[in-house]
Design a protein around this ligand. Sequence first.
Ligand SMILES: Cc1ncc(COP(=O)(O)O)c(C=O)c1O
Length: 227
Amino acid sequence: VILNSPNNPTGAVVDPEELTRLLDWCDGRGVWLIYDETYDRFLYDGRLHASAAARLLAGERVVVTGAASKTYAMTGWRLGWALGPPALIRAMASYQSHTTSNASSISQAAALKALTALDSAAASVADMLAHYESRRHVIVEGLRAIRGVRCGMPEGAFYAFADVSELYGRKGVTGSAAFCDRLLSEAHVAAVPGDAFGDDACARFSFATDPARITEAVRRIAAWAVA
Ligand SMILES: Cc1ncc(COP(=O)(O)O)c(C=O)c1O
């Protein structure tokens, strides 16, 4: 089972009881859980992250993955990690060293600093989260105000995954890829087609950018939707 919480693209968050049920289900059947906790610091409304690390330490078939990309704004530095049973991690390291070789020493040094300078990293994460919290409202409320767009409030991560399918007929497109193509070429707003995530009714909008850009993007989408 592969699970990602907080989730890209929906922003959904698995609560602790649900995670326990999932882990019990996997444990009872000898199934591995690969749990991607990359967005573990990006939670809103006081939600807490449910980690599978304790069950991994208890010897269960669990792999926890994470990355420096989001928490430490290190997208492009190509540095992530996996925690798992030693024998599995050894096999993963052997495989990786013959395929992608290694993460660059520069990225490793930067990530080491981020992961060990706990106080300054925590302060910058808290500051970033406060900004994302207000941007989340700007984008979701902006999208909801557009007729034909429906959007849930993300509980975590930094994406709004909106159902835009009511606009397909109006814009003469048949799916999310064509929708995002047209939105990019005509309104100059970039979104990721939902079909890449298994839901062709939706498009993913990132709010990891400054509020003025978000406001402008929403204005353009709204104008384009009725053009
Ligand atoms: C669910 C999830 N896991 C991991 C990552 C980290 O990817 P990378 O470290 O390659 O930037 C991302 C980035 O988009 C993600 O959305």
